[in-house]
Ligand binder design. Structure first.
Ligand code: ADP
Ligand code: TRP
Length: 350
């Protein structure tokens, strides 16, 4: 019997014990380089989950195509994200690890799902709605700049999820709507054929690392240009950390750790004792922001140095990386082919 994920880690999980392991699946879009928000918000919790679940983690490269139209960039982003997962500790012997584009069954399933996906459902997807809203505010055509990839994004994501009989999908808050849509679409298919053809997935949201702040205090995101890249060089890391925005309090003033984003970031990297010591120095006064940033740099660099060297090692051996991904793709396809056989048979295709 698999042990449950500790309830303090995941808020929405329901643990039903079965003889076989439950399946966890997630994907990361290779639209840019990984940052520490991705690491604490997605990669680390997913790797923890893989200890208890049968995990399938993939690089969502066809999702990235909606945004990244430069072939060199798309290719290198995908490899860097893959190397990032491996450097962070993903064990390809335990986790089925692959590129989405290596599993063409995904796209066949997406075509099937389209026939069960109402346009109205896609109209309500938040990324599309946000794009329309932005256009309306500019008095532009509501669909200006919206491609069908963006519009049908939740249907492709549903295919990623449903193809692998996923029980849980660990994602950030912004992705829960998409997982709910995948569940709706699966239900529509099952209802039509009066059979449990597709497993109904649920989103798994991590509570205590909800949002990692960026350099400016907003959510860390590549769209805001406020990230700390996971594999930045030591020099770059130092420069970025010195850029963390602070208030104008003077050196001798006592400071509140809980409202300081330096401290919020520090907590992610420091042990309990270090956290208590720094909090005390904040409250006592006499420590300037520059010094607090140096403390932050010290713990961040301590944690990221081994990760960075593993990442560089993996990136230096492209052949080995490709071989790992090819092996993962092989395992993924054999699962995917089974699902497609079941579906094709049920829907009357050949
Ligand atoms: P970005 O916002 O930089 O474009 P993505 O949307 O590609 O990041 O996110 C990939 C994964 O990383 C998602 O699961 C997302 O929830 C998680 N993630 C991204 N930024 C953060 C953050 N600042 N805090 C927590 N998790 C994050
Ligand atoms: N849409 C997700 C994101 O933007 C990435 C993704 C694609 C995904 N397919 C998925 C996540 C399937 C979970 C399951 O972060």
């Amino acid at each position: 019997m698999p042990a449950a994920v500790p309830p303090y880690l995941y808020k929405t999980a329901v643990f039903l014990y079965t003889a076989s392991m439950k399946i966890a699946l997630t994907g990361i879009k290779p639209t840019g380089i990984l940052h520490i928000g991705n690491y604490f918000g997605a990669i680390q919790p997913a790797l923890k989950l893989a200890e208890e679940y049968d995990a399938r983690y993939f690089i969502a490269d066809y999702h990235a195509l909606n945004i990244v139209k430069d072939p060199k960039k798309l290719r290198s982003n995908a490899l860097e994200v893959a190397a990032g997962w491996l450097a962070s500790g993903l064990d390809p012997n335990k986790v089925v690890f692959y590129r989405q584009s290596s599993v063409p069954e995904t796209f066949e399933l997406a075509t099937i799902l389209m026939a069960f996906t109402s346009k109205g459902l896609m109209n309500r997807a938040h990324a599309y709605k946000a794009a329309v809203q932005e256009n309306l505010e500019k008095n532009d055509d509501p669909d200006a700049g919206v491609n069908m990839g963006l519009f049908t994004y939740p249907a492709l994501m549903a295919a990623d999820i449903l193809l692998f009989d996923s029980d849980v999908v660990p994602v950030g808050q912004d992705q829960t709507q998409h997982v709910e849509m995948a569940a709706d679409i699966a239900q529509a298919v099952n209802f039509n054929y009066k059979k449990d053809l597709l497993k109904i997935p649920r989103a798994l949201i991590q509570e205590h690392v909800a949002v990692i702040p960026g350099l400016d205090g907003q959510k860390m995101s590549k769209s805001y240009g406020n990230t700390i890249p996971l594999f930045a060089s030591e020099k770059q890391l130092h420069k970025l950390i010195m850029r963390v925005v602070t208030n104008s309090q003077m050196v001798d003033e006592p400071k509140d750790p809980d409202s300081s984003q330096i401290y919020q970031l520090y907590k992610l990297f420091a042990d309990a004792e270090e956290q208590a010591v720094l909090a005390e120095r904040y409250r006592a006064g006499g420590m300037g922001w520059g010094e607090a940033k140096e403390e932050l740099f010290r713990v961040v660099n301590r944690k990221l140095t081994p990760l960075r060297s593993r990442f560089e090692e993996i990136m230096a051996d492209a052949e080995k990386l490709e071989a790992i991904l090819a092996e993962g793709a092989g395992k993924a396809r054999s699962i995917a082919k089974e699902t497609m056989r079941r579906l094709r048979d049920a829907i009357g295709i050949r």
